[in-house]
Design a binder for this molecule. Structure first.
Ligand SMILES: C[S@@+](CC[C@H](N)C(=O)[O-])C[C@H]1O[C@@H](n2cnc3c(N)ncnc32)[C@H](O)[C@@H]1O
Length: 225
């Protein structure tokens, strides 16, 4: 039996109960509202920062996550805010919703946590549950992130981290070709690499831990014919 930590273990620590919305979510919500988008899916909703924020902006939110402790924290956060909690426990590879359910979706800091074959299954599921013309905003780590190269490489660009707050957790990292190949069934509206943003971690070596990630907006074709 593996002793590797999981996200369910990490959610025992309130440090992982994030409440500040991601900048891309903040920037995109007004446009989605102006466009009349309504039903939004938060894949890997965690402790619920976007489940809450996007509901305060007038959207109807549905969330899924694999970690019961994350869903519990999310449920409490939404209850305190007196907001509906439409939450389902599910692995990312099987989104528990009907085809074409959502006008839009978000998944921040989630779609790194699997092997590339599983992430391909996941993005196919995202496409399935989006309506034609549906948009999705996601963030994933790039191969320039400080964590890429730390720990054990179990497949190309896929590492079980050896240090930091998520040590022991599987991460896949995307380079430019990798991100475009992974998302090739979508129109890429924008793929922005944000580099140099430092976070609070310091490497075991004492070097600063510099975060480097992709913020990506994609759209499912309006017509699949
Ligand atoms: C870094 S947290 C991000 C949480 C949230 N999206 C946010 O930005 O606040 C990563 C999330 O991915 C979820 N996760 C990891 N592996 C998953 C899987 N196989 N299926 C579904 N969710 C997963 C974790 O439970 C956790 O909630």
């Amino acid at each position: 039996m593996s002793n590797a930590p999981s996200w369910d273990d990490l959610f025992a620590d309130p440090r992982f109960h994030w409440t500040e919305p991601d900048e891309g979510v903040l920037a995109t919500a007004p446009r989605w509202r102006d466009e009349g988008r309504d039903a939004i899916y938060d894949l890997g909703c965690g402790a619920g920062r976007h489940m809450a924020y996007l509901q305060t902006q007038g959207f109807e939110l549905y969330g899924s996550d694999v970690a019961p402790n994350g869903l519990d924290a999310c449920g409490r956060y939404l209850a305190e805010a007196k907001l509906p909690a439409r939450l389902v426990r599910a692995d990312m590879t099987t989104c528990p919703f009907a085809d074409a359910s959502f006008d839009a979706g978000v998944s921040t800091n989630v779609l790194n946590h699997n092997s590339l074959p599983m992430l391909r299954e996941t993005i196919d599921e995202v496409r399935r549950v989006l309506k034609p013309g549906g948009e999705f905003y996601l963030t994933v780590l790039s191969t320039n992130d400080w964590r890429c190269g730390s720990g054990e490489e179990v497949a190309p660009n896929t590492w079980v981290l050896g240090e930091g707050p998520e040590a022991g957790i599987l991460h896949h990292f995307f380079d430019d070709d990798g991100i475009r190949d992974w998302l090739s069934d979508f129109d890429i509206i924008e793929a922005r690499r944000d580099t140099g943003a430092s976070n609070s971690s310091v490497r075991d070596s004492g070097e600063p831990a510099v975060k480097d990630f992709w913020a990506v907006w994609i759209r499912k074709a309006a017509s699949t014919s």
